[in-house]
Design a protein around this ligand. Structure first.
Ligand code: ADP
Length: 579
């Protein structure tokens, strides 16, 4: 059992304790001073209590230089003894760990190494005792933060033996930089990939667009070519058209005229701009020959109504031209994209020949009616007289009337034959029944009826004793036609001369009268259908078919036909037959 302490015992114990405390405080102060002195380089010794008692570590003066030097470094630096205790630390290492220096010095270096790096660190330190070495690992700060560092270890010769100098380079920034670099690299790679992708896309798009463009260009070229071809074709059509084509503007000015239109209106290139319905070059007429008022002009009507007009005939009288030119006009309005009238396209067809043919046909019909009526009337009269005489016939009268009827019938028969022949010729049905015959026999026959009339005298000249291979009846028809015409158109010339002349390969037969002759300008038309040089029709009867039929007959035989005539001296109609 513990004895009860007295006040004095307690006072003594207190004094002892106070003394011990004073000593401890003194030692603490001393230790603090020592550490400060070591840190600042004032002292060069250090006492370390490692559990087995205090140990003293002293630094050589050279070490002091080293310490000053490493204190200036931006890296952390520590010196460790073979047990890994930190003999010295610079303030940069303390700052890295986040502890005051006094809590670092004398501590094991491994304390500040992360758990996972401890083994590596031990190996590194172990190796460093034999050779300088380096290694990366992570330290653990007081705030439990891992810091990547590079340790550079090398031995250091201290008074009490070898120490290890450890330089600690904070790799945080480097790692961050590296991370950043890696991140940037990754981003760059990603960007590169995107760029490559875009590039590939772009290339594909460019290729596609290029080929599209090429196709478009090819198509365009094709279209242009076909357009040009069409244009040329159209130009050729316009150039060679038998119709005149013109384009007029709103005011009726000719802004284009094809070659035929230029010819029809005797235009020169420079005159293209002229006004078509008020042209100074010509006078516009109705087809009856009266002046055509402007408002009746087909082009004016087309522009006013904005509607096409078709086959509107007008006549144009140009100065120095004997006869007007008849023109059929087709005109259509031209409009722009907005349906606004801009003018018109006009085709002009010269219908003068058509008009003349129609006129000829009309004339022919009236002539034919008249011609047919004459013998019919005469025949009718003869029959009426014969009828009256039937109860009391007079032989003289009877003979005369029968002869007259016969002549009328013959005339009628001739007219009908002419008409039938024309029809046959038109339809290519004029047949030839060729045979050998002696020309003299045929001429005898041709002259027979004329000689019977007794009004004219026929003279023959030349060699008629020649055999011909031809359609005797048709050739006879030609000669009879020549003779009848001589009688008809040269009534006062009693003598008619028929000549036969052997040529190299043919025989030529001529019928010459001493009549009034034919006007030179009429000669080229004599053998045309329905052509009658005497237009009055009053003086001489006829259908204007005889010479036309004759010409066709001779042409079918392969011969030629013609006339030589001089006014006042008579006419010589001739034809040849191959022999
Ligand atoms: P048609 O006698 O019925 O009129 P033709 O064809 O026989 O028809 O003659 C055509 C025209 O030629 C006649 O209208 C006439 O003017 C002219 N002609 C024909 N023969 C003669 C002639 N011998 N002398 C003068 N004119 C003639």
């Amino acid at each position: 059992m513990e004895s009860i302490k007295t006040y004095d015992d307690l006072l003594t114990e207190l004094k002892v304790l106070q003394q011990e405390m004073e000593e401890t405080r003194f030692r603490l102060e001393e230790a603090t001073d020592t550490i400060e002195a070591i840190r600042t380089g004032e002292v060069d010794a250090l006492i370390v209590n490692d559990g087995d008692g205090h140990q003293l570590y002293t630094l050589k003066s050279a070490d002091q230089t080293y310490r000053i030097f490493i204190e200036q470094m931006t890296e952390g630096a520590v010196t460790v003894n073979p047990d890994g205790l930190i003999l010295y630390s610079n303030s940069q290492f303390a700052a890295l760990i986040g502890l005051p220096l006094e809590r670092i010095t004398g501590k094991s270096f491994f304390r500040f190494v992360t758990e996972e790096c401890k083994e590596d660190c031990q190996l590194l330190i172990k190796k460093a005792w034999s050779q300088s070495t380096k290694g990366e690992l992570s330290l653990l700060t007081d705030q439990n933060k891992k810091v990547s560092v590079l340790l550079s270890l090398t031995t250091l010769d201290l008074d009490e033996g070898l120490s290890l100098s450890v330089i600690i380079t904070d790799l945080t920034e480097q790692k961050e930089t590296q991370n950043l670099l890696e991140q940037k690299n990754a981003e760059l790679e990603e960007a590169q990939k995107i760029a490559q992708h875009l590039n590939a896309n772009l290339e594909r798009t460019v290729k596609e667009r290029t080929s599209e463009l090429e196709i478009t260009i090819r198509e365009k070229t094709k279209i242009e070519e076909s357009l040009r071809e069409n244009q040329q074709r159209l130009q050729r059509v316009l150039d060679t058209m038998a119709e005149g084509v013109g384009i007029i503007d709103l005011n009726g000015h000719l802004i284009y005229a094809n070659p035929m239109a230029q010819t029809m209106f005797s235009l020169k290139e420079s005159q293209n701009k002229l006004q078509v319905f008020d042209a100074p070059n010509w006078q516009t007429l109705r087809i009856d020959g009266s002046v055509l008022p402007k408002e009746e002009h087909p082009i004016v009507i087309m522009l006013a109504n904005q509607q096409a007009v078709y086959d509107q005939e007008i006549a144009i009288q140009q100065p120095h031209h004997n006869e007007p030119v008849y023109i059929s006009i087709n005109a259509s309005p031209l409009v722009d994209q907005n349906d606004q009238l801009t003018g018109g396209v006009v085709t002009f067809t010269d219908v003068t020949a058509r008009r003349k043919a129609m006129q000829q046909k009309d004339d022919f019909i009236s002539i034919a009616s008249h011609e047919l009526k004459t013998p019919v009337t005469s025949l009718k009269a003869s029959i009426q007289l014969l009828d009256r005489m039937k109860d009391n016939p007079s032989p003289v009268m009877l003979t005369r009337l029968i002869e007259q009827s016969g002549r009328s019938l013959e005339k009628l028969n001739n007219l009908i034959n002419d008409l039938l022949n024309v029809n046959r010729i038109t339809h290519g049905q004029l047949e030839l029944r060729k045979k050998q015959f002696v020309l003299a026999d045929m001429i005898d026959n041709s002259c027979h009826h004329l000689l019977a009339v007794g009004t004219h005298q026929i003279q023959l000249n030349g060699d008629f004793n020649v055999t011909v291979y031809a359609d005797e009846q048709r050739v006879d028809q030609v000669v009879v036609n020549f003779l009848n015409n001589a009688v008809k158109y040269a009534p006062d010339s009693r003598d008619i001369l028929i000549t036969a002349e052997r040529m190299t390969n043919s025989i030529k037969i001529e019928v010459k009268d001493n009549g009034p002759g034919i006007l030179p300008e009429k000669i080229p038309h004599l053998f045309d259908r329905y052509y009658r040089a005497d237009h009055s029709g009053a003086q001489f009867s006829g259908l204007g078919l005889g010479l036309y039929i004759s010409a066709e007959i001779i042409k079918r035989h392969g011969g030629q036909i013609g006339v030589n005539s001089e006014l006042g001296k008579g006419s010589t109609f001739w034809f040849t037959l191959p022999h």
